[in-house]
Design a protein around this ligand. Structure first.
Ligand code: SF4
Ligand code: SF4
Length: 442
């Protein structure tokens, strides 16, 4: 009780008590003698206190998609393993272990190595996390599991060079090519062939800078972006893209613990943006939105950033888009973690769906309590095997609603849910549905 009360007073994210999302990762001083957390003593005292405040209620475990998929991660056990570093005796823990049947191992004390094949936390436990924040959202003690995971990952990546094998390629490409697939930056706009996408030149001016993100390279997601571009044209929006000057925001590198690559990409993008004149940034990618809106300010980049669903709603309400009604269509909306939980935005996508007259049904887990698609935190590139796949679980939840369409608002969600075999429902971005309604209303 004492630890709990003191933890709330000294909470590492006081912004949460002001009712606003306080979800940006803290910048790491890359000149510090030790990078990230390797042992309990590497965490600050108020972080350690927060782990000791865990009441073992298990709500984080119930919410965790990786645990549900039988990957070797249980956020409750993870916090208890961090507590073990504080205690001279093994703390009592009668909860579920990490899935996969690994016996408890590793020592106790503030100076033990926390992560390793023979340590308390297996590396696969660390890399299973999608950084979805469902555990944080549920925790009655307001413990910050994701911060703990990223601190441990930073040590693995920056101190030990121990990234998961499959993540080495994308992170190396991010560092060298500014893009996780190593493709030319100019190819980001290939999806828009024939659309005559305006590119914002240095010293040029536009009302809306459209940030394309990593999804622009994906053939399927190109359809969603084409729909968005056509809607912007239809509404007469003055917009442009950065073209070959848009680098990855660094979201993937940062979640995988490679803070050095993230900071290099952030600084390069901020320098590019400083040479352009624009009103606000609009993006269809919640991961890019989160980095640009919440994480770039720590490096001097401050922008008004909107998700495309909020911007499209604004255009509908201003009468600049006049959608018809798709009244015979039944839709369930899957909230992206980085939009709903990280940024508190749950209403605009639903309001757009309501404006086009679809019959909207909610999944049992929705809004800020929605279940992750499995696509965040570098989990798809780490690819830790489980007993099931997270997107399969999510699509089964969607199927329970009976909806014929799962509406999405994120390129990662689109890719993960489209990849589910034997899907009963179609996956459509909200921009695609809105374009269909606008064309039906003509
Ligand atoms: S952030 Fe999501 S995946 Fe990671 S431990 Fe928490 S609930 Fe599990
Ligand atoms: S939800 Fe919070 S208090 Fe409950 S078991 Fe998880 S970490 Fe502990």
């Amino acid at each position: 009780a004492a630890a709990g009360a003191l933890h709330l007073v000294a909470h590492p994210r006081p912004g949460r008590f002001a009712g606003r999302p306080d979800t940006a990762l803290q910048p790491l001083d890359l000149d510090a003698p030790r990078l990230g957390a390797e042992m309990p003593a590497d965490f600050t005292w108020n972080r350690l206190l927060s782990y000791d405040a865990c009441v073992s209620c298990g709500r984080c475990e119930t919410a965790c998609p990786a645990f549900a998929a039988g990957q070797p991660l249980n956020p409750k056990k993870l916090i208890q393993d961090l507590v073990a570093g504080l205690s001279p005796a093994e703390p009592a823990y009668a909860g579920a272990p990490y899935p996969g049947g690994r016996d408890a191992m590793g020592g106790r004390g503030a100076l033990i190595e926390l992560v390793g094949p023979e340590a308390r936390i297996h590396p696969d436990t660390l890399w299973s996390c999608t950084t979805c924040r469902a555990c944080v959202e549920e925790c009655p003690m307001m413990i910050e599991h994701v911060d703990a995971v990223v601190s441990l990952r930073r040590s693995q990546t920056l101190e030990l060079g121990a990234l998961p094998e499959k993540a080495v390629g994308p992170v190396t490409e991010l560092r060298q090519a500014g893009e996780a697939g190593g493709r030319p930056l100019a190819a980001r706009t290939d999806f828009a062939a024939g659309l005559d996408l305006p590119v914002l030149a240095p010293r040029g001016r536009t009302d809306v800078l459209l940030w394309l993100g990593e999804g622009a390279y994906d053939l399927r997601y190109g359809r969603s972006l084409r729909a968005l571009v056509r809607l912007l044209r239809q509404a007469g929006v003055d917009f442009a893209v950065l073209g070959p000057e848009e680098r990855d925001t660094g979201d993937l590198a940062r979640r995988l613990g490679d803070e050095a690559t993230f900071q290099a990409l952030a600084k390069a993008n901020i320098a590019t943006l400083a040479a352009r004149d624009f009103g606000r940034i609009v993006t269809a990618d919640p991961h890019a939105l989160h980095a640009l809106r919440n994480e770039y300010p720590a490096f001097g980049g401050r922008y008004a950033v909107m998700h495309h669903t909020a911007f499209l709603l604004e255009l509908i309400r201003a009468g600049r888009l006049a959608p018809g009604r798709l009244s015979d269509v039944s839709v369930t909306y899957h909230d992206p973690c980085y939009l709903a939980r990280y940024n508190g935005e749950t209403e605009a996508p639903r309001a757009v769906l309501d404006a086009i007259g679809v019959s909207r049904v909610e999944m049992a887990r929705s809004g800020r309590r929605a279940m992750c698609c499995g696509g965040g935190g570098g989990a798809p590139v780490s690819d830790v095997p489980g007993e099931r796949r997270i997107p399969d679980l999510r699509m089964a939840q969607a199927a329970e609603t009976g909806a014929g369409i799962v509406a999405v608002a994120c390129p990662s969600c689109t890719a993960m849910l489209e990849g589910v075999p034997d899907r009963k429902a179609e996956i459509r971005d909200i921009a695609e549905l809105l374009l269909q309604a606008v064309e039906a209303g003509r």
